[in-house]
Design a protein around this ligand. Structure first.
Ligand code: GRG
Length: 299
């Protein structure tokens, strides 16, 4: 299929199916960890309580695209979701965004208490590296993956600083500021997801480069579509904005580029992401399907 053809319809349920294994793996790992019961409940609430599981899915599909089996990348998939869950818990805290709801229910600090949410978040970050250290047997894979994950986590911290304590932006255009924030806050973990999966799959340097190009394109696409959904309520109907006002002062792609140019950007990134997978053959079809889905998702 050419990169400009209309996207195929994607069977999301089939695409997401492998994440059930990650769910089970995380639940078992947590159940066997000797935590105080209230801490374990708090971690379980944050980690096992829904979410799209996009990052574990990227780990698995990148592993499979490079010739690996799902079971070899489950620790990496679990670790990335733990870091993601941690970042959401801390992002929601009163000292940060002070949010009441996450994934359609009370945030962890509202469900339990602020100290418990801080501690559960801390434990999730440590748990991510514990699961890697305990469950990955190949020393080279383990050290490479720890490096990928720790770099991504620190980029997220930097992204949060850029976003919420913005003294970095002198001389940057709004678009440049958006890019710096996105690359650190959201893009870094999506990139790490794909790279960690590819490392588990035994990728060579050229494959790792190609997977990284794919990751960076779909990462930015994910952000732009998210921003578009905030404005229009539906990424496919971006010409028909609902008129909902943008969060005053918040930099977004539709706010900076306009809705139509943002949509054009999504199409460009979709094409480039698919082009990055050109040499992968059929094993990368699920990654291609995920890209198509991400370009048109409505939630
Ligand atoms: C990770 C060490 C470390 C620190 C975190 C709080 C903080 C520092 C960073 C904030 C990171 C953050 C909350 C980024 C937003 C990322 C994002 C797009 C979240 C929503 O992702 P989805 O839509 O969520 O995949 P679900 O609920 O589906 O998992």
């Amino acid at each position: 299929m050419s990169n400009t053809e209309a996207p195929v319809s994607v069977d999301l349920e089939t695409l997401m199916a492998p994440t059930a294994k990650v769910e089970q793996f995380m639940a078992e790992f947590l159940a066997n960890r000797p935590f105080p019961i209230n801490l374990r409940d708090a971690i379980g609430y944050a980690l096992l309580g829904g979410g799209k599981r996009l990052r574990p899915l990227l780990v698995i599909l990148s592993c499979e695209a490079t010739g690996g089996k799902v079971d070899t990348c489950l620790p990496a998939a679990a670790a990335i979701e733990m870091v993601h869950a941690f970042s959401l818990v801390h992002d929601d805290l009163p000292a940060m965004d002070d949010d009441d709801l996450r994934r359609g229910r009370p945030t962890l600090h509202r469900h339990t208490s602020e100290p418990m949410a801080i501690l559960a978040g801390d434990a999730l970050l440590a748990l991510a590296f514990e699961v890697l250290a305990c469950r990955l047997t190949d020393a080279h894979v383990l050290s490479t993956i720890c490096r990928e994950l720790s770099i991504a986590a620190n980029n997220m911290v930097a992204g949060q600083v850029y976003d919420t304590l913005p003294q970095f932006d002198e001389g940057l255009s709004d678009r440049e500021k958006l890019e710096v924030i996105h690359e650190h806050k959201t893009g870094a973990l999506l990139r790490a997801s794909c790279r960690m999966g590819a490392v588990c799959g035994g990728a060579d340097a050229a494959q790792l480069d190609a997977i990284t190009r794919y990751a960076d394109r779909i990462g930015l696409m994910f952000q732009i579509v998210d921003d578009l959904l905030d404005v229009t309520g539906c990424s496919e109907e971006m010409g028909k904005a609902t008129g909902k006002d943008l969060d005053a002062g918040k930099l977004t792609y539709p706010g900076v580029l306009g809705v139509d140019k943002s949509r054009t950007e999504v199409e460009r990134l979709r094409g480039e992401a698919l082009a990055a997978l050109e040499d992968f053959g059929d094993r990368a079809n699920p990654l291609r399907d995920l890209c198509e889905y991400m370009a048109v998702r409505t939630s």
